[in-house]
Design a binder for this molecule. Structure first.
Ligand SMILES: [Zn+2]
Length: 162
């Protein structure tokens, strides 16, 4: 029996999903994809300065798994910086600790620390900023590998290196 891959706990969604080098024409641009769990590994170890064991506990994975995840993230970011690739952040095996939403109208993002299991949020689903109802769940959005809106005009898919 194949054990299903355990979803790694991620505290908050990334605030930025796409980076590109200046001066590279889009026809020549290639990209690497950093998964959301790799993003969280970078945030915990490099930004929060947690050690690998503390970071692994936060994501509810083993320390060796965390170390592999962080190594993979560093290699991707390194290759992008050195070779001039764009970086997209999406996909991967993850689950947000809190419900996180994004407004499609004004771009406002927020999270609800309450009741992650409760899928039907009713009243809370309007945007707290502009009060519009065009709201998306960021977990679903970032698990979907083709969100489109952030890749700019024309929807041309970037060539992927990984
Ligand atoms: Zn809004």
């Amino acid at each position: 029996m194949v054990k299903p891959k355990k979803e790694r706990k991620v505290l908050y969604p990334p605030r930025f999903y796409f980076f590109k080098p200046a001066g590279v024409p889009s026809s020549k641009l290639e990209s690497v994809n950093l998964t959301v769990d790799e993003y969280e590994a970078i945030r915990l170890a490099d930004i929060e300065n947690l050690n690998h064991l503390e970071s692994a506990k936060s994501m509810e994975i083993s320390r060796p798994t965390f170390t592999r995840l962080l190594d993979s993230a560093h290699k991707k970011i390194g290759s992008a910086i050195v070779n001039g690739y764009a970086i997209s952040i999406e996909g991967g095996s993850f689950v947000f600790v809190n419900n996180a939403y994004r407004c499609r109208k004004c771009g406002y993002e927020w999270d609800l620390k309450i009741d992650k299991e409760k899928k039907d949020l009713k009243n809370e689903e309007n945007c707290p900023s502009c009060r519009e109802y065009d709201v998306e769940n960021m977990e679903e959005m970032l698990k979907n590998h083709n969100p489109g809106y952030r890749h700019g005009r024309g929807g041309r898919p970037w060539r992927r290196r990984f």
